[in-house]
Design a protein around this ligand. Structure first.
Ligand code: HEM
Length: 100
């Protein structure tokens, strides 16, 4: 039996040096090797909602960042693997309008 999760590949320093580091530039240029970054799966059964999901997240993040300052309510919140990495308590934040 074989168990694999995207989390294990996404955190493999062979493909992603210093995997814990926030390093958006690793996606520039040719980006990661094919089938090494697979949040939406890969191959013929790859997620058909991929582009829609990416656009929706982009619009959401744009509006949150543009309209609000935000602070984490749990500064040391743990990250759990389920099977992807997620904040254990759902990342509660306090939103403060920029003009406040
Ligand atoms: C951040 C959001 C999303 C993530 C991370 C995600 C991730 C995934 C993954 C990992 C798979 C399995 C791919 C594979 O087996 O290789 C999948 C399949 C699928 N996703 Fe998504 N997905 C997301 C959003 C969506 C949305 C918005 C829709 C529809 C509007 C959608 C519809 C589907 C469908 C129908 C499948 C099954 C495809 C098949 O088996 O042929 N997903 N998704």
């Amino acid at each position: 039996m074989l168990y694999w999760s995207a989390n294990s590949t996404h955190r493999n320093p062979e493909f992603f040096p210093e995997p814990e580091k926030f390093e958006p530039s690793r996606f520039e240029g040719n980006g990661p090797l094919p089938y090494s970054y697979v949040p939406f799966g890969g191959g013929p059964r790859m997620c058909p909602g991929k582009e829609y999901a990416r656009m929706e997240i982009l619009v959401f993040m744009h509006n949150v960042v543009k309209r609000f300052n935000w602070e984490k309510l749990l500064p040391d919140e743990k990250i759990i693997v389920n099977p992807m990495r997620v904040p254990a308590k759902g990342l509660p934040v306090r939103l403060l309008p920029h003009h406040a």
